[in-house]
Each structure stands twice: as C-alpha cells, then as structure tokens.
Design a protein around this ligand. Structure first.
Ligand code: PMT
Length: 400
C-alpha cells in the first residue's frame, strides 16, 4: 500500500467535534501514502485544533472562510473544489452531515462539497445516541444514495463516556479507505450476497446450539465489497456488529432460515460468499417448554441441516460461489474436499484451532484454493484481508 495515494490531491475537511484533534494524524497518514493534502476547517473545528497545526503539517495555508478576499484571489472555493481528487470530511459531525444532506452552502466546507466534481467521503464522529437518531441515519442514507462514501463510524468508548457506534475511524483506517476509494470498482455494479456469523439451533425456548463465529470476517467482506462498488446483501446470523454502510442486511437465526434467505437472494446475484459458520445439525425437535433437569445423562437427537452453499450452487450453477472452510487440521485436504463437494469456484481455508486467528479474532490468515491453484494471504487484520480477498474474488469472477 506504500505510496498508493501518489499524485492524489486530498482536500481534508475538518468539522467541529472532539475528534478534530485526530485530523493532524489523518494528514500525516495520507501524506505517508503519497497524497498532497490541503485542509478546510469550519469555525467549530478551530475551537478544537488550531489551523496553525494543520498548516504546519500539510505545508499549505488552511482554508476557513467562504467570503475571503485573499482566498478568492488565490484558492477560493471553486478552485479548491476543482483541485481535489477526493474531498474527505473527517471528522464529520452530525451537523455537517445534516448540512451536506440538505445541500447547504453556508460555509466554505459545504460550498466546496457542493461544487466539487470529486468523490466525497465522510468519516462520521459523534455521540452514539446522535448517530443512532433517525435524523442522522436518514441524512447518511441520503448522502449514500448520492454516492458519498461513508467511512465508519467505529464503535467503542466515546469521549463523553458512552459506549457504542460513533467513534471516528482510526486515522490509518481512514487512509486505507481512501486508497480503496481510488482503486474501487473491482466489483462495480456486481450483486453480491454474503452470509456471515453463526446460526442458532433451538433446543427449547431458552437454549440453543451455536458456535464462536462473531461475524467479523463476513461483515468485513461486506464492507469491502461495498467499497469495491458492489451492491451487497448481507445475510447475518445473530451477531453484535453494526451493519456496514450501504449493505442491505437480512437477519436470520437458524440454518433453515439462512437457507431460505440465501436461496431467495442468490437468485439475482453474480457472486455468493459463504462466510457464515452454519450448524451442520439441529435438534430433531425443539421442545415447546423449557426442558427440566432429569437423570445424570441426557441424549439430544440431532438431524442434518441443509448445506446452504451447496443448495445455492445447485440452484444457480452460473454464479461464482466462494465458500470458507473452518478447519483445525489437514486444512488443504479438507478444504479441497469441500471445494469439490459443494460445487464452489473457490474456498477460503482458515485454521480455527488457533486463538490468534479465525473465530472471533480481529486477524485472520487464509489460503484460497481453486481447482487449479492456491494463494496464501498471511496474517493480517480482517478488514485488510477482506479487501485483499474481494480483489481476488473479483478476478475469479472476471475469469469465469
Ligand atoms: O465470524 P468470525 O468470528 O469472524 O470468524 C470467521 C469464520 C472462522 C467463521 C470464517 O472465516 C469461516 O471459516 N466461515 C466458515 C465456517 C464454516 O461453517 O465452515 P465449514 O467448513 O463448516 O463449512 C464450509 C462452507 O460451507 C462454509 O462456507 C459454510 O458457510 C458452508 N456451509 C456449511 C454448513 C451448512 N449447513 N451450510 C453451508 O453453507
């Protein structure tokens, strides 16, 4: 990814929230990747970080006023709008997002956003309640509809003490997302269905059989596919993750529900990615009432679940189908067996016997097998891995 932003002009718009202090780091990360960065600040942003800091880091005067005689004689809003290859607004407060959604041109930043022919990206940062508010969500949906890229937000502990979605993405993740924006298009216009997370197979009203899948891998793939220009349907088992921006999420619980949803949505897709950890068996009967404790032992009769991805490849043999193989031993042998048995284009093998990768970890290390060859992706974060895998899947799709 070194110098992936060479020759790119990035106009960084900084709006007024506590995360504005991270804009200094964003300038640095973008420059590390070769970008030339100029900065526009709102009045609110100047309350949190001084223009001098961003001027010193970017090497250019910081732009602040819409009606500024000096600026208009040099680089006014139209020139700035034309200069930029990308307008990145980070952090983007709830207020600036609302102004952008309304098409307001009341300050320099919003005026540039209206005037620029370049891609616009926003990295939201706000209190989790403000992010969850229907008005913010409607504003984000309106921006997304117009092609604005939404980077994040991240979730976790917030400056106000709340916990939840609304944190500014880490500067290096914002920089990586900018690289993706310039290289996006690998799946432009492609319809992709992704299964993610575990399934839950009910034993009685209070108990179920499941597994350790967190959904991180499948959700990262969904975000990466959206970034690559795909229209994404994410069929998700029960997980605790925010829906990736611009993905359509279909929630399911059991393998039978996932089976139904997969067959319905795969009907009009070109790429199907089965990252879900589906229970192979379910209890033969789900007791209507909570099962009471009885003898020393108890036997649970199980019946086989349908193989979802195999059902999809049988029903729609024309589509490019990617499976995942979760193994604890003999990765290649078992993965290749599943590749053939399930009629897949490729299978991604990961070792779920290791605690540092696979289930519920932030990293993964995989080998992708097709009938002819294999390609290993060394250990990396699931976000980066997902982007690399999506590029690879796009090549497999194009080669069909
Ligand atoms: O969710 P994370 O915590 O991020 O973890 C990621 C992961 C380890 C779950 C993921 O990388 C992964 O390996 N997913 C596949 C898990 C799995 O069910 O593997 P499997 O080897 O049992 O199944 C092989 C393939 O068949 C998978 O694509 C699976 O989705 C599919 N399958 C399995 C059973 C079934 N009844 N129907 C299916 O479609």
């Amino acid at each position: 990814m070194t110098a992936a932003l060479n020759n790119k002009n990035i106009l960084l718009g900084v709006s007024g929230g506590i995360a504005a202090y991270k804009s200094a780091e964003i300038v640095r990360r973008l420059q590390d990747l070769g970008a030339t960065v100029r900065v526009v600040m709102t009045d609110g942003a100047c309350e949190f970080i001084t223009p001098l800091t961003l001027q010193a880091l970017s090497g250019y005067p910081v732009h602040r006023q819409l009606l500024d005689e000096q600026a208009e004689a040099g680089m006014g809003h139209i020139e700035l709008a034309r200069w930029a290859d990308l307008l990145l607004i980070a952090p983007a407060t709830a207020d600036i997002i609302a102004e952008l959604a309304q098409g307001s041109a009341a300050n320099l930043l919003t005026a540039v956003a209206l005037a620029t022919p370049a891609q616009v990206a926003v990295a939201p940062a706000m209190n989790q309640q403000m992010w969850a508010h229907a008005a913010s969500q409607a504003n984000i949906a309106a921006l997304t509809e117009r092609g604005v890229a939404v980077l994040g937000p991240d979730q976790g502990l917030q400056a106000c003490g709340d916990v939840g979605p609304g944190r500014l993405l880490a500067p290096e993740r914002i920089a990586a997302a900018c690289c993706q924006l310039f290289s996006r298009g690998a799946l432009q216009g492609v319809r992709v269905v992704i299964t993610a997370g575990p399934t839950r197979e009910a034993i009685d009203p209070v108990r179920y059989i499941s597994n350790h899948s967190s959904g991180k891998m499948g959700y990262a793939l969904a975000a990466a596919a959206v970034e690559a220009g795909a229209s994404v349907t994410l069929i998700s088992g029960p997980v605790d993750l925010p829906t990736p921006a611009r993905a359509q999420r279909v929630d399911v619980e059991s393998a039978l529900q996932m089976h139904r949803a997969a067959l319905e949505h795969a009907a009009d897709c070109e790429l199907f990615i089965a990252a879900a950890a589906v229970a192979d068996y379910r209890p033969a009967n789900c007791a209507e009432q909570k099962i009471k404790k009885q003898g020393e032992q108890m036997a649970l009769a199980l019946v086989k679940n349908p193989d979802i991805v195999a059902a999809v490849t049988t029903a729609f043999p024309q589509l490019c189908a990617i499976g995942f193989a979760a193994e604890t031993e003999q990765l290649e042998q078992y993965a290749r067996g599943k590749l053939a048995a399930k009629g897949l284009t490729a299978i991604v093998a990961n070792n779920v016997g290791r605690s540092d990768i696979g289930f519920n970890s932030d990293d993964n290390e995989v080998t992708v097998y097709t009938s002819e060859r294999s390609l290993t992706f060394d250990k990396r974060g699931k976000g980066q891995l997902a982007r690399d895998l999506i590029d690879h899947f796009a090549q497999l799709l194009a080669a069909r």
